[in-house]
Design a protein around this ligand. Structure first.
Ligand code: IMP
Ligand code: MG
Length: 185
């Protein structure tokens, strides 16, 4: 695996900035759901690190469940919008307040698909929380209720977000220069 320093463009968000923002989002969620029971749904695998940090800022009572989706098709470093469910929820969400936690919203296709799917199960409410929003890339409208940071139209990695399944462990979020990046053999 190539050292990230060889292809990193710049650090977009530091670990300190992330921690501060996660706490602010958590505070807002605690206010918005005061007195309610929440079901936090982590979208694997990119949402894992964010979800782990976010739930530790929550004081509202909540359960945690996970879903795994794959967006497949032609684009290697962009989502195609053909979304497949690899792992579904174990929890029955009927009449529950659901909060989806995702790493990044780009075209919006992944979230639009999962929202449409979950709404057929008649939850009491569904809200969306993303760490990163690439607003200028949106192709499908999705309402995002909580956003960590807006990011430019660059390929990003770190804080749970991968490039070819690597670099999820990095504590910051950085942009990649894909011309310098070498795909693992
Ligand atoms: P969308 O369906 O186009 O909104 O894409 C969302 C999904 O694409 C996210 O869950 C990520 O897995 C992936 N994605 C989009 N942009 C990036 C990026 O810059 N780095 C890594 N993954 C990304
Ligand atoms: Mg993802």
């Amino acid at each position: 695996m190539q050292a990230y320093q060889e292809f990193m463009d710049e650090v977009l968000v530091t670990g300190e900035e992330i921690a501060k923002r996660v706490q602010e989002i958590g505070n807002q969620i605690n206010k918005d759901y005061a007195g309610e029971d929440l079901l936090v749904v982590c979208l694997l695998r990119g949402g894992l690190v964010f979800t782990a940090d976010l739930i530790r800022t929550l004081t509202v009572s909540h359960e945690l469940d996970c879903m795994s989706l794959t967006s497949y098709g032609t684009g290697h470093y962009s989502s195609s919008g053909n979304v497949r469910v690899n792992l579904d929820l174990l929890t029955n969400i009927e009449n529950r307040h659901v909060l989806l936690v995702e790493d990044i919203v780009d075209s919006g296709r992944t979230l639009a698909h999962v929202l449409m799917m979950l709404k057929t199960r008649e939850p009491r409410s569904v809200k969306v929380c993303v760490m990163l929003d690439k607003k200028m890339r949106r192709e499908v409208p999705v309402t995002v209720d909580y956003v960590g940071f807006d990011v430019p139209d660059k390929y990003v990695f770190g804080y749970g977000i991968d490039i070819d399944e690597n670099y999820r462990n990095l504590p910051f979020i950085a942009s990649a220069n894909l011309e310098k990046y070498q795909k693992p053999a």
